[in-house]
Design a protein around this ligand. Structure first.
Ligand SMILES: [Mn+2]
Length: 427
């Protein structure tokens, strides 16, 4: 019975495998309320089937999760900044329990229970049915209303959440101002707890890439490499892929976001594997390029070593004040271009994308690539060269944490040295 009760408790939370302490989420909400002291902040979580094609696992919208840690459908929250004579207040709204619904989807938390407060960290939890009524009452005391009313700047892989502004405007009866930019800025600097979750996502993703190295020479089709990677990813603790895996052999490796993954693998091909897992909402994004037969050709090896050289030079240059994009001496993309140009092999124009991006709750976390990096940011460093005429491309992608005076490579456990990669394939 005890065991059953415990299982039930876990089932109703609908939380990720791990979650940062509830105080962390509360502290984020209070910080947001301090940034927007003049308005009610309205946070809407995703509904049961929103943003998902067909029946698939529920995953809370990133902004709502970042501020609440709540991963069950139909939730909403109000943050009410301090005003004269009144301290900061906050409320969580959860759907009423519905036995019919629960028969299909599993047990939910009763909003009017002590359990709801204990599990959410909100002292004040109410029924979602009262949300509109409470909102319109609270709006009378504030000059403005805020909510997330836009899609992420890079919505690749993001949930569709396009009708939010409309829904909020309807609910609030006034124009709701977008609070996404403030949340995006907060999310740029990762807390130690976030870095720890990212490191776990990286660990299972690295295991997936090692599995690919050990099995790539057996593969007849790309998805057979993917199968080994997915197996290792889940077996080592990731809950799912953080984005559509790119498993691209031969000529497909020049297609930056190739996701068909069904072509035949031929001896002599390179296989470009851009595969990362998600652990408790946090993404990893790693790429390795492997010679499927276990040995790079001379030409493949020379291009590979050049990409790796560019990556190492860029990683050595990462520190606060540098930028991802741009053409100045502070630009990491420019530093990679300079490495390619210095070789005078005409390859620099084959580097056709930026050097990297922020990673966090989203694999492409928001963040202006022209803004200076700061300590606590997590970015990818992923130079690549793509040679369609020669039917191969090479990309090597690792993740680094920007520190006070440099960078720490978070994915250092995954080999990238060509000889080491060949050794792992031939083992
Ligand atoms: Mn990437």
């Amino acid at each position: 019975m005890v065991r059953l009760a415990l299982l039930l408790l876990l089932a109703v939370v609908g939380s990720a495998v791990e979650r940062e302490p509830l105080e962390v989420f509360r502290e984020r909400r209070e910080r947001l309320a301090v940034e927007k002291p003049d308005g009610v902040i309205i946070l809407l979580g995703l509904e049961e089937d929103e943003g998902r094609p067909g029946p698939s696992r529920f995953r809370q919208q990133n902004e709502f999760y970042y501020l609440t840690g709540w991963n069950a459908p139909g939730a909403a929250a109000l943050l009410l900044p301090a005003r004269v004579g009144k301290a900061y207040r906050e409320m969580l709204f959860l759907p009423r329990r519905d036995p019919h619904e629960e028969a299909w989807r599993g047990a939910r938390v009763n909003p009017n229970s002590k359990e709801a407060s204990r599990l959410s960290g909100f002292a004040d939890v109410r029924s979602r049915a009262d949300f509109e009524k409470v909102l319109s009452k609270e709006l009378r005391s504030y000059a403005a209303a805020y909510g997330v009313t836009s899609l992420p700047s890079d919505s690749y892989g993001a949930m569709s959440h396009v009708d939010l502004a409309e829904r909020l405007n309807e609910a609030a009866g006034l124009a709701v101002q977008d609070v996404r930019p403030v949340i995006d800025r907060m999310r740029l600097i990762k807390s130690p707890g976030e870095v720890a979750l990212i490191e776990k996502a990286i660990a299972c993703s690295a295991a997936a890439h090692i599995a690919a190295m050990r099995n790539v020479s057996e593969a007849k089709r790309e998805f057979q490499i993917q199968a080994k990677m997915t197996e290792a990813l889940l077996a080592s603790g990731c809950e799912r892929n953080a984005y559509a895996p790119i498993v691209a052999a031969g000529a497909n490796s020049v297609v930056l976001h190739y996701t068909e993954n069904d072509a035949e693998v031929a001896p002599g091909d390179l296989a470009l594997l851009d595969v990362g897992g998600e652990y408790s909402f946090y993404a990893a994004d790693l790429t390795r390029t492997l010679p499927v037969s276990g040995r790079f050709s001379e030409r493949q090896r020379s291009v590979y070593d050049l990409v790796l050289k560019a990556q190492r030079v860029v990683i050595a240059a990462v520190k606060p004040g540098m930028t991802l994009s741009g053409s100045g001496s502070n630009s990491l993309t420019q530093i990679a271009r300079d490495v390619f140009e210095a070789e005078k092999r005409g390859l620099s124009r084959r580097f056709t994308h930026g050097i990297g991006h922020h990673v966090g709750l989203a694999v492409h976390d928001s963040g202006d690539p022209f803004e200076p990096l700061q300590a606590g940011m997590v970015i990818t460093v992923e130079p690549g060269l793509y040679l369609p005429d020669e039917r191969f491309g090479v990309r090597i992608e690792d993740m680094v944490l920007v520190t006070e005076d440099g960078a720490r490579v978070l994915s250092a456990m995954l080999p990238s040295d060509a000889a080491e990669v060949e050794r792992l394939i031939n083992r």
